[in-house]
Design a protein around this ligand. Structure first.
Ligand SMILES: Cc1ncc(C[n+]2csc(CCOP(=O)(O)OP(=O)(O)O)c2C)c(N)n1
Length: 390
């Protein structure tokens, strides 16, 4: 296993001076070390993976240095566009190392949404004509691998992808007094919320919301823990979850999926249950929703300020007025609460006024350990969903 501290320190000696990406559970310990030690202006959590490539590209244009982009392979599709049409040696030729958490690696059990992406990674990289390697899990070999990655990226003026298998990184040791704190004295990691604001958990807020929404409505839930909590809640309470569409992959697209349904589902409410990281990832979709203004589209954002599902890394939502953004993009109504007691009334008000309408619920980061995972296959869930909403 590799000590994240050793790994990041070594990257520093290789001249890597900027880190940007979207967090991944396989890279959680690497990310924890980066968050704790790299100054805020040298570590940016991007809204989506393509944005990370663009930030890295801009950094290179200004400094000539080799930046590092990190992500989970689910997000690889998001970065192919700027990678091929900007950074590639056939276009501008911009060196960068791209560290990719390899979910769904063949031979390693994983959830259905990761299996195909994991299986095609090698072939995909070959097809894209991008040099790549798998990070060895011995520290010395890993150092050599990263030295090659930085050298080849620089020599070819090209991105270089390094795939990271499950269990490669050991726990980050952050109690070392030698650790350099971020230069402005603030840690970008951790819970970004004021400590004195009492907030419900996402799971409590979700259960209260679903009860207030009631039976017979269409629900589209976002990627990550929230969909698992919804699934588990349905199982536990024996309530029918057939009209729930769990967006297990495609992070950031739950609201557009709900929109696609709402466009031809005029008689039934369509509820999107979203996360703040997901909302930011493809925020432009809200303008498209607002432009057509389906009155049955009702959007609830569970805002914990972090990418809770992959380790709790902060999103950039902290200073964002979410209802204000929704209204500015054309939603007819948008509000905020963190009070579960008033949630039923808020939900009723949304349906009475009609959509597109957004409710931001402020919740605290964190989840209960051991939350269940969908037991039906995605294909079975799709079938049940389509039958339920006919
Ligand atoms: C395109 C893409 N990028 C990254 C991921 C990995 N991932 C899964 S859930 C998640 C965090 C979601 O954060 P948020 O929407 O704020 O919801 P929370 O987990 O905090 O409830 C991430 C980064 C993914 N599945 N797809």
């Amino acid at each position: 296993m590799i000590d994240p501290g050793r790994f990041v320190d070594h990257l520093g000696t290789l001249g890597v001076s900027l880190y940007t990406g979207v967090p991944d559970s396989l890279l959680k310990e690497f990310g924890r070390y980066v968050m704790a030690t790299v100054p805020r202006d040298r570590h940016l959590i991007a809204a989506n993976e393509g944005g990370a490539v663009a930030i890295a590209l801009g950094h290179h244009l200004r400094t000539g240095e080799v930046p590092l982009v990190y992500l989970q392979n689910s997000g690889f599709g998001n970065l192919i566009n700027p990678l091929l049409s900007l950074a590639d040696p056939d276009v501008y030729g911009v060196p960068m190392v791209v560290l990719v958490g390899w979910r769904g690696q063949p031979g390693v059990a994983d959830e259905p949404q990761h299996v195909k992406q994991g299986r095609v990674m090698g072939a995909l990289l070959e097809g894209l004509d991008i040099p790549w390697a798998v990070l060895p899990d011995s520290p010395v070999d890993a150092d050599a691998c990263m030295a090659t990655a930085v050298r080849v990226a620089g020599a070819r003026s090209s991105p270089y992808v390094v795939l990271v298998e499950k269990g490669t990184f050991a726990e980050a040791r952050l109690d070392d007094p030698e650790l350099v704190p971020p230069s402005d004295g603030s840690s970008p990691g951790g819970d970004p919320r004021p400590r004195d604001e009492p907030l419900p958990s996402r799971e409590q807020a979700l259960i209260t919301t679903v009860a207030a929404i009631g039976e017979g409505r269409v629900i589209v839930s976002t990627t990550g823990m929230l969909s698992r909590e919804l699934f588990e809640h349905r199982e536990r309470s024996s309530s029918d979850g057939s009209a729930d569409f769990l967006t297990v992959g495609g992070m950031g697209h739950a609201s557009s999926i709900a929109f696609g349904i709402a466009l031809t589902e005029r008689d039934r409410e369509v509820w999107c249950l979203d996360g703040d990281g997901a909302l930011l990832m493809h925020l432009g979709g809200l303008a498209v929703i607002a432009d057509r203004a389906p009155t049955n589209l009702l959007h609830v954002v569970f805002n914990n300020g972090v990418h809770d599902s992959v380790g709790g890394q902060p999103t950039s939502i902290r200073a964002v007025d979410v209802p204000g953004v929704a209204r500015a993009l054309g939603y007819r109504h948008a509000e905020r609460t963190s009070d579960l007691a008033e949630l039923p009334d808020r939900i009723d008000a949304m349906r009475e006024r009609g959509g597109p309408s957004l409710l931001e619920i402020r919740v605290r980061p964190g989840n209960r350990p051991g939350i269940g995972r969908p037991t039906r296959t995605p294909a079975e869930s799709k079938q049940a969903f389509m039958e339920a909403i006919q």
